[in-house]
Design a protein around this ligand. Structure first.
Ligand code: SAH
Length: 252
């Protein structure tokens, strides 16, 4: 086997990539974004392609695939934050540490993310060419570096072992809506096109509060921003209750 010649002057010490597109998602802040792709199927997004990549022929054949891999940049905070060899994954309650390369933390030497998402097709309109996606774990504005089809024969590994994630608590909170929140939901998403009810149920059901919040007093109010609305909720031992859905333009 050929070994890498350390003195090879052509070996790239730095690489430069250019985003091919930009994510338009319901998540304007990191709080509330699911910790992995596909945990919230109602998290729909558009991937808006940038020229010169906004050409239909670059996507021909993709229509037969139900899922895609996205390779993207954790552009918010992570490009400048630096990295640590050990991180505290939120699903270990923020208590235990693992190596950064044993984690899916956004804070890594090269802040590159990888998500398998649902593919709902390509659309050309006045704004340009876009892919419709579902189940994203991506901040609004995320730069995307590459798209590849998810190929089950190679990518699906039913016998894979799950490391420290095997022991995770995948409990979901049942989510209910107060009368006021139900009325506000009806005006925030009148035709249901945003699927805002399902998105709220899935995001809050996953309990986005940091692990240490387990010890917080009950019935504190929390807030998350989805599709430009401030969603308030409270937790008791039984369920999460959505109390308000306030569009940002009228938030006070
Ligand atoms: N599935 C990806 C991402 C897992 S981490 C992977 O395994 O590589 C998911 C978290 O990344 C989200 O909960 C959110 O807090 C954060 N995130 C998503 N988009 C981001 C962005 N553009 N910049 C910084 N952090 C982001």
């Amino acid at each position: 086997m050929a070994s890498t010649e350390p003195k090879d002057p052509d070996w790239p010490k730095e690489v430069h990539f250019r985003p091919i597109g930009r994510i338009c998602s319901p998540f304007d802040e990191k709080f509330g974004i699911p910790r992995q792709a596909r945990l919230a199927p109602a998290a729909r997004a558009r991937l808006e392609l940038l020229p010169p990549y906004d050409r239909e022929e670059a996507f021909s054949g993709l229509e037969g695939f139900s899922h895609l891999w996205l390779v993207f940049v954790f552009h918010q905070d992570c490009l400048t934050a630096g990295w640590q060899p050990m991180v505290r994954p939120p699903r270990l309650g923020g208590r235990a540490k693992v190596g950064v390369f044993a984690s899916r933390s956004p804070y890594r030497p090269n802040p590159i993310g990888l998500s398998a998402v649902r593919y709902h097709g390509l659309e050309r309109n006045q704004q340009g060419l876009a892919l419709h996606l579902g189940g994203v774990d991506l901040l609004n504005g995320t730069p995307v570096l590459d798209i590849k089809p998810y190929v089950p024969y190679a990518d699906a590994l039913p016998d894979a072992s799950a490391g420290f994630t095997a022991a995770l608590d995948d409990r979901r909170w049942p989510v209910v809506f107060s009368d006021q929140a139900s009325q506000e939901l009806a005006s925030a998403d009148p035709g249901g096109q945003l699927d805002l009810r399902a998105l709220i149920e899935q995001v809050i059901g996953l309990d986005p509060r940091p692990g240490y919040m387990d010890r917080y007093p009950q019935r504190d109010t929390f807030a998350v921003r989805l599709h430009g609305c401030n969603i308030h909720w409270q937790i008791d031992d039984q369920h999460a209750m959505v109390t308000r859905i306030i569009p940002m333009h009228s938030a006070h």
